[in-house]
Design a protein around this ligand. Structure first.
Ligand SMILES: C[S@@+](CC[C@H](N)C(=O)[O-])C[C@H]1O[C@@H](n2cnc3c(N)ncnc32)[C@H](O)[C@@H]1O
Length: 270
């Protein structure tokens, strides 16, 4: 529930009677990998916050821009993308390897439906490499251990937490999880994240969280600008800081004019 209450569920089983975030997100993005329960939860959120569809699209555009920035401007060639989701247009490895063919990407998700799509995600460029880990963000050590089979942790890595932290409730220590991940990567590494806001369209977003939490496997915890900025404590926040995702280095006027209720940003480990 919004406000940090509510229990944190374990990894979802393949149960189509309860909405799962990966499938609800797929529904909002116009995908086909969702069931009646996912569509009901998705529609309940749309009724409370009609802007959700453009918000998730703006978030996908942010994902692509931040990956391009990391590969081209920051020189990052290794990506640890946690909370991958069901494949959609512009997955991390496609964007990264289109920019720099040798990029290595490890995807992590705990949803069996995403796992079923792993084959599509594992289609790497010849020069690069892709791994897929079926793991829970709340166990970062297990993720890091397995990711080391594909990524070289003596070289900079971009840790990507795109639209996942609002699914980690306060009891599960989201700030501790982010610190443990960033402690494992060397100086010059990056954290890129986006998270659903509690302080953009606050009334609609509070109602949307309430409705979602009644129907779904995961509990949403929306966070304020200050709470999202805290994830970057100890890192050098890259310009323009933590902003609505569409305002993070937009590639065009049209991108900049999109609307969302998500904060996004990137920071560099010194
Ligand atoms: C809203 S989707 C975001 C997908 C993609 N990153 C994007 O921004 O388009 C969130 C994803 O995080 C995954 N997820 C949620 N909680 C998780 C956890 N504790 N561990 C691993 N994956 C998790 C869900 O299964 C889902 O695929």
């Amino acid at each position: 529930m919004n406000g940090g209450e509510g229990s944190a569920g374990g990894p979802p089983d393949f149960d189509i009677s309860v909405a799962h975030s990966a499938r609800v997100h797929d529904y909002w993005l116009g995908g086909k990998d969702n069931y009646a329960a996912d569509r009901a939860a998705g529609d309940a959120v749309i009724a409370a916050y009609p802007g959700i569809v453009r918000s998730v699209r703006a978030n996908r555009a942010f994902l692509a821009r931040v990956v391009r920035f990391l590969a081209i401007e920051a020189g990052i060639t290794q990506f640890l993308d946690i909370g991958t989701g069901i494949p959609a247009a512009g997955n991390t490895h496609e964007v990264a390897q289109a920019a720099v063919p040798g990029c290595r990407v490890v995807y992590v998700d705990y949803d069996p439906v995403v796992l079923a799509h792993a084959r599509a995600l594992l289609d790497s460029s010849a020069d690069g490499a892709i791994g897929y880990i079926d793991a829970d963000l709340r166990d970062p050590e297990m993720i890091l251990e397995q990711a080391a089979q594909t990524l070289d942790f003596s070289r900079p890595v971009a840790v990507m937490l795109i639209a996942i932290l609002h699914l980690i409730v306060d009891q599960d220590d989201p700030y501790g999880i982010v610190s443990r991940l960033m402690a494992a990567v060397p100086a010059g590494s990056y954290l890129a994240l986006s998270q659903v806001a509690s302080d953009i369209e606050p009334e609609q977003m509070a109602e949307a969280a309430k409705r979602y939490n009644r129907l779904a496997h995961e509990t949403q915890r929306h966070r304020s600008h200050a709470e999202v900025t805290r994830f970057f404590d100890g890192l050098e926040l890259i310009e323009p800081g933590v902003v609505p995702v569409q305002e993070w280095r937009p590639g065009s006027e049209i991108e900049a004019r999109a609307r969302s209720a998500m904060w996004g940003g990137a920071g560099r480990k010194r």
